[in-house]
Design a protein around this ligand. Structure first.
Ligand code: G3P
Ligand code: CA
Length: 263
């Protein structure tokens, strides 16, 4: 087996504010194999890259992301909350335009322009008021970018992830050719390692589950699945998942992780 893939979780989000263009551009510069991004819907149905349901932690806004239009979200500052917002880590002040709201559309354009193969893991976070709209809008956007049917020659490869079985099922129905990751915080009752639901071939267990079940990664892989583990920032945890034969590591610190994985 080659090196495990290194995915930048919310961009290079240890060093720079998560889900901003600044964090994703840094991850591209650092040579990450891929990047992870959470998406949810604005009030007027745009897919935006924000982890929390509320704006409070990562912007100067308050309240629900889903209660604001795209135009309203675009007025907010998504950078100043982060300790490194006044610096790029030595090269000057962060470009203010790079710490505004990031739409998935812009992230797709940015990654495509990178000029090298990059994988994008898109995780759907879905407010229940929108029902299946987040999956439908996601597939429609990917279709506009020509990304619903993976083509080996295309530099950008998209994989969709969710903790929700319902979301995974909808995505498999809407875009059967797109690879999916079933994210796992724990193993559901009746979970079969040798048969992930709805034809999914990649499992995404969290570190807590991997620590509790040291046999999990080898067992999933022996059953023909790939395994991507989140969120691996600590060197000891990285050693644990590498020793277990992990296929992909999702980390806030891609540069540090790449050094170890390729070293
Ligand atoms: O990559 C999966 C991981 O991001 C899931 O947890 O809360 O960071 O979205 P969370
Ligand atoms: Ca996520």
């Amino acid at each position: 087996m080659g090196h495990p893939l290194v995915f930048a979780h919310r961009g290079s989000s240890y060093d720079l504010p998560e889900h901003t263009l600044a964090a994703y551009l840094r991850a591209l510069d650092e040579g990450a194999d891929g990047m992870e991004c959470d998406v949810r819907l604005s009030r007027d149905g745009h897919l935006v890259c924000v982890h929390d349901g509320r704006l409070d932690r990562t912007s100067n806004g308050r309240g629900l992301v889903s209660a604001r239009t795209l135009a309203e979200l675009e007025l907010l500052d998504f950078g100043s909350w982060h300790p490194n917002h006044t610096s790029t880590g030595g090269a000057g002040v962060l470009d203010e335009s790079h710490t505004r709201l990031l739409t998935l559309d812009r992230l797709l354009e940015t990654v495509r322009a990178a000029g090298r193969p990059v994988r994008l893991l898109i995780e759907t976070k879905h407010p229940s008021r929108y029902g299946r709209d987040v999956e439908r809008r996601l597939v429609a956007l990917l279709d506009r970018h020509g990304l619903t049917v993976p083509r080996p020659e295309h530099p950008l490869q998209v994989t969709i992830m969710s903790f929700s079985l319902l979301a995974v099922r909808r995505l498999r129905e809407l875009a059967p050719a797109l690879p999916t990751v079933l994210l796992l915080e724990m193993l559901p009752r009746g979970f079969r390692l040798n048969r992930l639901p709805f034809g999914t071939r990649i499992a995404g267990p969290g570190l807590a589950l991997v620590r509790a079940r040291p046999d999990l990664i080898p067992a999933l892989r022996a059953a023909g699945n790939q395994v991507y583990v989140w969120t691996v920032n600590d060197p000891a945890d990285l050693e644990l998942v590498l020793a277990a034969g992990v296929d992909g590591v999702i980390t806030d610190r891609p540069a540090q992780t790449l050094t170890r994985v390729h070293g």
